[in-house]
Design a protein around this ligand. Sequence first.
Ligand SMILES: [Zn+2]
Length: 505
Amino acid sequence: MTNNIIIFDTTLRDGEQSPGASLDINEKVQIARQLALLNVDVIEAGFPVSSPGDFESVSRIAQEIRGVSVSGLARAVEKDIDSAAKALEKAEKPRIHVFLATSEIHRKYKLLKAKEEIIHLAVKGVRHARKYVDDVEFSPEDASRTELDFLIQVVEAVIGAGARTVNIPDTVGYAVPDHYAAIIRGLKEHVKNIGKAIISVHCHNDLGLAVANSLAAIKAGAQQVECTINGIGERAGNAALEEIVMAMKTRHDFYQRSTRIVTRELIATSRLVSTLTGLRVQRNKAIVGENAFAHQSGVHQDGVIKERTTYEIMKPEDVGYLKTRLVLGKLSGRNALKTRIKELGYELSDSEFERAFEEFKHIADKKKEIFDEDIEAIIGIEKMEVPHIFQLESLSISYGPNTVPTAGVRLKLQDGRLVDNATIGDGPIDALFKAIDLSTGIPGKLQDYNIRAVTSGKDAMGEVFVNIEVDGKTIGGRAVSTDIIEASAKAYLNAVNKVAAMKVK
Ligand SMILES: [Zn+2]
């Protein structure tokens, strides 16, 4: 057994199930590329049978990503497993992840099946998956609420059927560290063939214990951890990858376990996931929050200046914070921007770079100092690969006390035609979006509208994130500008352009 803990990232599967997160295929591929740079061991790319979009993104990731295992989720039924196998056909290292609930509550109310039948179905599912791939993982869903003696039987049976990894999910976030560690020890002690499989853990954060439970399980002998970037996931989320990795690294003296993660990529990965999902990271979030390394108190500042380790247990550079934040301005040229983008760890194609440079110049006209965060926001927008079917030419807004908010927009179509429309609304943004609807003929229902300052200062760029509903589907859009009204219009158009592109297909 090696000392390495296998990092199984499920940002694209469990993380994407976060309420409010919606990723399209291009965005999922972007995240997968970054996860490969971060050097995770396994990427769970999706649940292929659940929708054609999920199937396509799993197969695109499987086709493109090399050096990392790519996993597809499947219930223990043939149809799901066949679909996962097909989506993973081109993967270098495919893994099929089969799951079936085992707890009494799920057996009784969800599945209406007896224990023997559960074991039979689990074994059948694993055997079927093994016909396609060697690397099969099995998860007894709601394992932490399953009777331990029955869990032991299930685990022994699926290992016998060929599962190489057995995952013990705390599906509902019910476990506490001592209890969860005892389950892992119980399995190690009583499952006769446990040596033939890797024990994995998968924790949810309903009680704020996902990371603590995962670490307790590692101490008890688990060898794989399932986690997500920024801890995103259903309800209160999953265990945060960055916290688990940095806990093991910082307290290697205690855990004596390592990972293959390139920790300097943590911040870039966190920002990419936050930008693309629209799920903001709280300022005081461990490791990747804005304040994680900020010392406010005078005593602390003084200590850190004299000797860093007085108040810092980790080096900011180790997780990817760059020391210099102030970088570029109006007079910076192509080369300066190119160099800085490289230093930040991004790779742009020539056309992406040209668009980014144009946007950079546009912003530098209005904003004196351009920070790394500004550059990252620009790159995030340029890398979206959304066709510019409708482009904003100009807009005008009038509103104020005792007036009816009015907006006028001029859009440019792909063939160069211009469309003008003006209308009133309940507020300036409402009027603006209605005028855009009139011009595009694609009425979107606004579900979510978020605005954030990319950096501090009065001239900070605003990043706007919208979710709109069109024909029952939720589509996300985002944009940045020093003018928040313009950013709002562009974010809305970004979402509408995604819809328009799908309609053209
Ligand atoms: Zn989960």
